[in-house]
Design a protein around this ligand. Structure first.
Ligand code: SF4
Length: 993
């Protein structure tokens, strides 16, 4: 029987809710994936290890082990900081064995947190620009000075009703809910994200099926896993997912990977299917067609849970609304997607398509699939890839099942804070423009174009763990706008390290790294719910020694702060007397009128909004906060399967009525319910557990104000799905009614890099620029010496057939021309890529403009950036990576020189007209480098970039949609505004919608 992290037996099932046992020290790996050797929690106050550096002498060192979570990717694996009890410094980071998601394991990036906190190039003090923006002259300033200047800007914008002029633009949030509450308390619609250069294609495809925009695969129990990308080594929730995929394969499960590149994951798969980039949906629909034609689908699941009745009524009004009718039509709907058609489109043989389909059919309800980024993020119409992929889950009935694919909201818990601000009554069209009413989510990468064409300006712009100049496409357009003070009046970069973007800020404010800040988070790593707690480990260690730490700056290096305390202080300065109604959200729930501390913020949350935590803490004579500080995580629920089947209780059904036509169960506006979520402000005396705050779509209320609570299925009231129909939507009325009726059913959209659009005779290729390397993570790993020593080059992958045609070999320089410029990498000839495609990892090509500052010297090269004419840019590498003097002796031992090539600068924006996702793949021409070309050269024409933005913008079909709205009310979006803000002012609803 599985045990909890105190060694007690539990009733948990196959997903191993609390499956780690410190009592077990077995010499062999556990067959169920449990970690078997690690320091048991009862010894975390005093753990002894011998000092490896003192070897061969046996020098014992004593440690306090303090849990926190990794901030190097979105997985938030549990870490244990080994805090030396003599020096009170962190000696190393290892995995936290009691963390339910990562279960004691990390990837290489977790332990490299040590490099990051010891990085000699990190920013230790607040800085203020001294010269022109981007000139590179900085002076130290106090936190007070920075807070006063920023607060004044924000207060003026709020008071003068310029609420769309304050924007917080985040790359990696690393937390759930904190910032949305801050922004909502200010009454602004100021959140911006990186989602549309990342996951929006994936999100949109899933959202159209189930109303939820993220999948949660139950990998460990799967009999067949189908991945669209390289999840084992670098995909979403990398380490937690990878270990569970390995578990499945060790038990005999099959693994199939669709990826044009032979990733490490593909190399371990049963089948590697290198489909032509952008044709993946054709392949998946051909698999679906085989399942349908060979009756390998789960008839009963389709009959009960798919909105086929709605489809028949809308599209076949003369046909009887029976499942037999639907099955007959279904056999024709996808008949065009024959295996032979898939072979022509994708290059994967028809026989393989049929074999894979039959394997998937055999796996049935234990078929597990995942797409995130990759094809969904690379292509025009990429969102149809996850939609076609989830179609296979629907056909096999593997939705929310053991070994199937769930909705992420079942496997996630977001605790509520102590006082929730009302929804904002403003809509920011700089983030949510009318052209993209269905975008998932903010059209963040178009911001500089919106500012260029005069759609607005920003009085205050925060960038936080966000580096658009380097990460986004078209970075030089970002640079042009960031240096224009009429478009962005004040820019504060919240960052632990220098970046290409921070260089163009007015204030650079040093924020804590993963082990120097507080956050809560919860991710869908398996079929269970857990809450993780990131904490500043030195603060927690000193608290264990009895010290009272009121401000994290007391323990962080220099004047490095943590963001939570920064936002509390800033909010008080925006509204010092409370007259704007802001300050109250940052007052203590325990000490009325006084500033809330982070201990109180999280303490209240853990006391009131995490089911089971107060009881678990009480058993150990701890407060919930003390429990989370000690263990760093809490398992809330395990083995969460098929919650959509849950039968509604009589209390839930009180005051409801059933619509006989649709089966929807509606609660009338004034009906009482025992299950209504508690509303209004909470205080420490509140006894009830507050609800899971996971963002949930909710169907719009009926005209009479009734809300849907469930759906009748075969005469039984069940929970159902948060979609307009309450069922899984093969047929999307949302797409139909919001301007895209041709995509109401899952289908295949030919990508902008389809082979028919490429002229091979002029050496045109599809460039795949999106793949990750397992040891790097965007901007965030540039400060980790171990990681940069392992990986520091991004050559252009090319198949030997293509290399022979071009007459190049490994190491030769080539010029890769895009629509707006070119870059010059060297070639790596490999059979690990399908012919006709070239690929280049996006991790490298970091740069700085000054020798001694502006970027981590482990990872950046020094460049000259010239502007020979308006809109024309030329970047040339002056100096690669080399050793440097610092307090870290390793810095003088740097042996690598390559910093890679910054390809993203040469990509124009390609917003998908439906999902809003940037379509990353590029049609490029590859040729031998010109005589004047030098390695890592980048040339860009930003005027041409703006013209291409206009071309793609013209493909969009703008709001208003039905009801004169900007966006369907039911669709997810971060920190939803009040419904009143959804209405497009002064517009007439278009005909036919
Ligand atoms: S997968 Fe690696 S980088 Fe991501 S959170 Fe886990 S240890 Fe950190």
């Amino acid at each position: 029987m599985p045990r909890d992290h105190r060694g007690k037996e539990t009733q948990s099932g196959p997903s191993g809710r609390d499956g780690l046992s410190p009592a077990k020290l077995a010499p062999h790996p556990s067959p169920t994936g449990e970690l078997v050797e690690y320091p048991p929690p009862e010894r975390w106050d005093d753990w002894v290890e011998y000092d490896g550096r003192a070897w061969p002498a046996r020098v014992a060192r004593r440690y306090m082990l303090v849990p926190t979570t990794c901030f190097n990717c979105e997985a938030a694996c549990g870490l244990l900081a080994y805090v030396d009890k003599d020096t009170l410094q962190v000696q190393k980071f290892e995995g936290n064995p009691v963390h339910p998601g990562s279960r004691g394991r990390t990837c290489a990036k977790g332990p490299a947190t040590l490099n990051q906190i010891q990085d000699p190039d990190r920013i230790l003090y607040p800085l203020k620009r001294a010269g022109r923006r981007g000139e590179g002259r900085w002076e130290r300033c106090s936190w007070d000075e920075a807070l006063d200047a920023i607060a004044a800007k924000i207060r003026a914008a709020i008071v003068e009703e310029r609420k769309t002029e304050v924007m917080y633009h985040v790359g990696r949030p690393g937390e759930d809910g904190y910032m949305e509450r801050v922004l909502q308390s200010w009454g602004i619609d100021g959140h911006n994200s990186h989602t549309n250069i990342c996951s929006s294609g994936g999100r949109f495809g899933y959202a159209m099926w189930m109303g939820v925009d993220r999948p949660s695969p139950d990998y460990a129990q799967a009999r067949y896993t189908l991945l669209v990308s390289a999840h084992l080594e670098s995909g979403h929730y990398f380490n937690p997912h990878a270990q569970r995929i390995v578990e499945s394969t060790m038990k005999g499960g099959k693994l199939c990977v669709i990826d044009p590149r032979l990733s490490n994951t593909a190399s371990m798969a049963t089948d590697w299917l290198p489909a032509w980039p952008g044709t993946e949906a054709a392949l998946l629909l051909a698999v679906a067609n085989v399942l349908i034609q060979e009756d390998l689908y789960d008839r009963d699941f389709l009959r009960r849970w798919v909105n086929w009745e709605e489809y028949l009524r809308a599209e076949h009004p003369t046909e009887p609304v029976t499942f037999a009718t639907f099955e007959r039509i279904l056999k024709t709907l996808y008949a065009q997607y024959t295996p032979e058609f898939a072979e022509r489109e994708t290059g994967i043989s028809a026989a393989v398509v049929v074999r894979v389909a039959r394997d998937i059919g055999a796996a049935g309800s234990a078929f597990c699939a995942h797409n995130w980024r990759a094809a969904a993020a690379g292509n025009l119409g990429g969102w149809q890839v996850p939609r076609a992929l989830f179609f296979l889950n629907v056909l096999t009935g593997s939705v929310g099942t053991l070994g199937g694919t769930s909705a992420n909201i079942w496997d996630k818990w977001v605790p509520a804070p102590f006082l929730e601000p009302p929804k904002q009554k403003v809509w920011n069209e700089l983030s949510w423009p009318r052209e993209y009413p269905l975008a998932h989510h903010e059209m963040s990468f178009l911001l500089p174009h919106f500012l260029k064409e005069g759609r607005g300006k920003l009085a205050m712009y925060f960038t936080r763990v966000y580096n658009p100049v380097w990460t986004n496409p078209d970075g030089l357009t970002w640079l042009e706008v960031l240096t224009d003070e009429t478009k962005i009046e004040l820019h504060a970069a919240l960052t632990p390290v220098w970046s290409e973007t921070a260089w163009f800020a007015d204030y650079v404010l040093p924020m804590g790294l993963g082990s120097e800040r507080h956050d809560v988070h919860s991710y869908e790593t398996h079929a269970g719910q857990w809450l993780g707690f990131r904490q500043p480990v030195l603060r927690a260690a000193r608290a264990r020694l009895g010290e009272t730490i009121a401000d994290t700056r007391q323990v962080n290096p220099g004047e490095v702060w943590e963001e939570n305390e920064f936002w509390i202080a800033l909010s008080w300065r925006i509204d010092p007397d409370g007259s704007l109604g802001i300050r109250r959200y940052f007052e203590s729930p325990y000490r009325p009128g006084e500033k809330v501390s982070v201990d109180e913020y999280y303490g209240w949350m853990f006391e009131h909004s995490v089911p089971g935590l107060p009881e678990a803490a009480a058993k150990e004579a701890l407060t919930p906060l003390q429990y989370m500080r000690r263990y760093g995580s809490f398992a809330i629920a395990g083995d969460v399967y098929q919650p959509y089947e849950r039968i509604l209780s009589s209390e839930e059904l009180a005051g409801t009525e059933v619509d006989p036509a649709t089966g929807s169960i509606w609660r009338l506006p004034h009906a009482a319910t025992a299950h209504a979520a508690p509303a209004g402000p909470g205080h420490s005396t509140r006894p009830a557990t507050r609800p899971n705050m996971v963002p949930r779509p909710a169907p719009p209320p009926r005209a009479d104000g009734a809300t849907r609570v469930g759906i009748m299925v075969d005469g039984v009231p069940r929970a159902g799905w948060p979609t307009p129909s309450g069922k899984l939507e093969l047929y999307s009325t949302t797409l139909r009614d919001w301007g895209w009726p041709e995509y109401a059913l899952p289908g295949y959209i030919r990508s902008h890099v389809h082979p028919d659009l490429l002229d091979r005779s002029t050496n045109e290729f599809c460039l795949v620029p999106t793949f990750r390397l397992p040891v790097l993570i965007h901007t965030r790993s540039g400060n980790a010496k171990w990681l940069n020593e392992i990986a520091h080059s991004n050559p252009l992958w090319m198949h030997p057939v293509d290399a022979a045609r071009l007459g190049v070999t490994t190491g030769d320089l080539v010029r890769v021309s895009t629509e707006i410029g070119y870059f010059v990498p060297y070639v790596w000839v490999t059979e690990g890529l399908r012919p006709g495609v070239v690929a280049c990892s996006h991790h490298m090509g970091r740069w700085r403009l000054q020798e001694g500052s502006g970027g981590d010297r482990w990872s950046t090269g020094v460049v000259d950036l010239e502007r020979p004419a308006p809109g024309r840019w030329l970047m040339r590498l002056k100096e690669g990576v080399h050793g440097f003097a610092s307090d870290d002796p390793d810095s003088s031992r740097v042996w690598w020189t390559d910093a890679g090539v910054h390809q993203n600068l040469t990509f124009p924006v390609h917003p998908d007209p439906v999902s809003g996702a940037h379509s990353w793949h590029q049609k490029v021409r590859v040729e031998r480098a010109h005589p004047d070309d030098r390695y890592a050269d980048v040339s860009v024409d930003t005027a041409r970039a703006h013209a291409i933005y206009k071309e793609w913008l013209a493909r969009a079909r703008p709001a208003p949609g039905p009801g004169g709205l900007r966006r369907p009310l039911w669709l997810l979006r971060p920190y939803k505004p009040d419904p009143s803000a959804y209405r497009v002012p002064d517009t007439v609803e278009p005909e036919g919608r």
